[in-house]
Design a protein around this ligand. Sequence first.
Ligand SMILES: *Cc1c(COP(=O)(O)O)cnc(C)c1O
Length: 394
Amino acid sequence: MQPIMNTYGRLPVTFSKGAGVYVTDDNGKSYLDALSGIAVCGLGHGHPAVTRAIREQADNLVHTSNLYGIGQQQSLAEKLTAISGMDNVFFGNSGAEANEAAIKIARKYGNDQGITLPTILVMDGAFHGRTLATLTATANPAAHAGFTPLVNGFERVPYNDLKAAQDAVKNNSNIIAILIEPVQGEGGVTAATEDYMNGLRELCDQKDLLLMLDEIQTGNGRTGEYFAFQHFNWTPDVLTTAKGLGNGVPIGACLAKGKAANVLQPGNHGSTYGGNPLVCAAANAVIDTITNEKLCTRVTELGERIVNAIDKELKDTGFITEYRGKGLMIGVVLNTTDNAASIMKSSLDAGLLLNVTAGNVVRLLPPFVLTNDEADLIAAKVCEQIKLYFAQKK
Ligand SMILES: *Cc1c(COP(=O)(O)O)cnc(C)c1O
């Protein structure tokens, strides 16, 4: 019996060291990392500012619990609210936990108004996590299979379809919130349109609903703004983030604004580890680095550079139907209905880490600290693997 529970389909490799945009396996082979630990290590591996913050905090104090004040958590909350324009924040240890906090805010917001079955509108293609409530909010039926009964209080509509959301709200007075990813990651790197997002904000304003954005993946610079909603001209009521916030230390955050910010009161929610000194010290260093080094601007440049390079190389091949995403959240949609997951393994063999999602979408989530040469190298290697895939299909 394997001592690790069999919940992951893993590739046959184990990494033992990382530096910048490269990781090394335990045989000494080096790989260019175009996945960043699934959108986590935006600053690459072993970033000196983050390493220093972790080391110094570990020397001083790792954990005390939320029974006491935590200076590093206080400064992280100040930074996150200043950047986002939100009012306050709750810290957990993962994306799913950040979304659980959002779901609890929505439910209590409904219950406080006397709504007995408060319902959250969620989307086709959504991914919100693996806990029972976030699993229910997730769209993929394969992820649901075997885990019934799921949680009450969710209704689903198609993504990027404003009319569907408006109709759902019109027909169900229990709907108190909308939960949505500004760019769906796991669901195939699909971006919401600006008109759609503006329309949802308007709908929530009209009906007094909470607009809750899952920016667990899109936050912390990934799309070229600190948060993806900053491409628009408004703020959400609830905002969750995680992945890129800690550059690898486990942290999740649920931010709230206005009427959503005072819903949770002492005793309503909590976490033993959430926002402890160690993870907050790391996250403070991450935010300072993204801000001081103007990495959001760099993300936009690098994203365009990589997509342009791939397109230049492959545009006459007919292999690509579409490029999706925003910034350094890149989906290259292959012209096939077959599952193209084998590209993950062939890329690994060729020393490149990437992901394939939704069957035929090559998904790139590289670190923001790429040089132009490294970005070009990623593009070249991706093209090589896509050509190889189509050559072997014939
Ligand atoms: C990864 C992810 C989650 C879940 O985060 P975990 O840390 O794995 O719990 C939720 N929502 C989105 C959009 C994600 O990308």
